[in-house]
Ligand binder design. Structure first.
Ligand code: GMT
Length: 378
């Protein structure tokens, strides 16, 4: 198939999922066209012969307070679909991608070209931004006019049905991880560069937005550090980072809390991590938790949204109510102090992650594409 993928090319989970999906589909022989405003961060296009990248350019015009990205995107979609005979448009994150795709579809219809749209909902496009009264009507319209709609968890599907008047069927296709790639990588684990043998390593990866509850991460770390020698790796960038850095400085924790910024090498960081912390306020899935589990890192998380569909309480880690720092810390300490329990959870975390292996999920997207293509009426 000739598949066009639209996504945010940044470090966010939806962009990562879209990129990994495109790469996996390309290895199965599909022709993949990424259409974004810059090359997705996890994509090395030159390495994959049947992956193509088409940049969306938005000219800066001083009259506009807001540059019309949707307009530029739908024009680019039209161009790419025509030039490369694209069979299906897969848009990740409803805003504004599903809306722009609908415009492109209508423009193409005018030229006698009929193309189906598959929209994948990721989380904040529904729960945080999309349901805002200023956007809700357009988001509802775009979802209802997609030929197929998928959500990354049952929790997100239920949120979507609760927050919008949805007339289309929503299929749940969970996020995935290439477990074989992790197994085969066999990368050197350079733990000694960051911690001593006695020290445990706790890791948090996110975009440091308020809903990630970054201060909870630090408070949990402080409680754990009072009983277990440990370090905390904070990976990512975002609006709450400065507050966190200032707190760490004020508490004199600079040598134990390391801010590593955005990283393309999370495999290297997770390979030496002993625990992963994800105390989010909202999380439709929690891709970073799945990535940690695939590396055999147990997860201490909140029970927000779809996290419980990924992290299994008492098996791959522990879940607690949002903001329950005391229980999260107790569970972290319990795991870190009991070597046998920790190694059991490490194995179980890997086993749980394998339920979301790429090989199990990719066929579900291919089936959705085939259905969507077949459903197009000429
Ligand atoms: O978590 C973020 O803030 C990034 C965001 C995104 O849209 O890129 O992530 C959402 O999509 C991910 C991939 O499907 C999910 O794993 C995250 O749980 C979801 N984030 C939220 O629901 C807050």
């Amino acid at each position: 198939m000739n598949i066009a993928i639209v996504c945010y090319p940044t470090f966010g989970g939806s962009g990562v999922v879209a990129t990994e999906l495109g790469i996996a589909l390309s290895t199965k022989g599909h022709e993949i066209h990424f259409i974004t405003y810059h090359q997705p961060v996890r994509l090395e296009a030159l390495r994959h012969p049947n992956i193509h990248f088409h940049e969306v350019n938005v000219p800066d015009y001083p009259l506009f307070k807001y540059q019309p990205y949707e307009l530029a995107l739908s024009s680019r979609l039209l161009e790419v679909v025509k030039l490369h005979h694209v069979d299906v448009l897969h848009v990740h994150y409803a805003i504004p991608h599903a809306y722009a795709a609908y415009m492109a579809k209508k423009m193409l219809e005018d030229e006698g070209i009929h193309i189906p749209i598959v929209t994948t909902l990721h989380g904040t496009d529904i729960t945080l931004v999309g349901s805002h009264p200023f956007y809700r009507a357009a988001v509802t319209f775009s979802i209802n006019h997609s030929d197929r709609v998928t959500a990354v968890s049952e929790s997100l599907k239920q949120d979507t049905l609760r927050l919008f008047e949805i007339k289309t069927q929503i299929d749940v296709i969970p996020n995935f991880i290439d477990v074989d790639k992790i197994e085969m990588a066999g990368m050197p684990c350079e733990r000694s560069l960051l911690a001593t043998k006695e020290e445990k390593i706790l890791t948090h990866i996110s975009n440091f937005r308020p809903l990630k509850r970054i201060m909870d991460v630090l408070h949990i770390f402080e409680k754990v550090a009072a009983q277990v020698p440990c370090k905390l790796m904070m990976v990512g960038e975002g609006p709450e980072k400065m507050k966190a850095v200032q707190y760490v400085e004020a508490k004199g924790l600079e040598d134990r809390v390391l801010f590593l910024g955005n990283s393309n090498e999370i495999d290297k960081i997770l390979c030496f991590s002993d625990l992963f912390l994800l105390p989010s306020e909202q999380e439709s899935f929690g891709l970073s938790a799945l990535e940690a589990m695939a590396h055999g890192v147990p997860v201490i998380s909140s029970d927000a949204g779809g996290i419980s569909e990924v992290n299994k309480n008492g098996f791959s880690g522990y879940l607690s109510p949002i903001g329950d720092i005391a229980t999260m810390s107790e569970n972290a300490i319990k795991l870190l102090l009991d070597k046998e329990l920790h190694s059991k959870f490490k194995k179980q975390a890997k086993a749980q992650a394998s339920l979301f292996s790429l090989q199990k999920i990719i066929g579900k997207y291919e089936a959705i594409y085939s259905d969507a293509i077949a459903s197009i009426q000429y």
